[in-house]
Design a protein around this ligand. Structure first.
Ligand SMILES: [Zn+2]
Length: 132
């Protein structure tokens, strides 16, 4: 009954305990670890001590294992990683990189999109996920 999150580049597991662990870089080029709750729609997060991020600030997100970017190119401050549930179903999770913006999208193999968190007008048009 355990969910695994993977880096889309190296496919290393990036969750431990109840957290997804990512590397984050602020606009001031400070780097830190960020912990996101693994439950979809739970926006509890923690930063390690080397970074402070203001609400509304956009951070770059990286795999903590291979250091590849998780940012979605061309897309509006989004990042993605892979989720595998206990039935071995694989999907993409897409999150906002804007601190304090509590949105999540789950995109399955059939490009079916589920949306969680706040409803933001800039994401009403679902065309963006075709770039995945
Ligand atoms: Zn990786």
């Amino acid at each position: 009954m355990k969910v695994t999150y993977l880096c889309p580049h190296c496919r290393s597991a990036i969750n431990a305990g109840n957290n997804i662990i990512l590397s984050a870089k602020s606009s001031a080029n400070k780097v830190s670890l960020i912990l996101l709750h693994e439950e979809i729609g739970n926006y509890t997060s923690d930063l390690s001590a080397s970074l402070t991020v203001e609400k509304g600030e956009v951070v770059d997100l990286f795999c903590p294992v291979c250091h590849e970017s998780l940012n979605i190119p061309q897309k509006d401050a989004l990042a993605k990683y892979i989720r595998i549930d206990d039935n071995c179903n694989e999907c993409y999770i897409i999150i906002s990189r804007k601190y304090g913006e509590n949105i999540t999208f789950k995109v399955d193999e059939k490009k079916q999109v589920d949306s969680y968190g706040e409803k933001l007008s800039r994401f009403i048009d679902p065309e963006w996920f075709l770039f995945l």
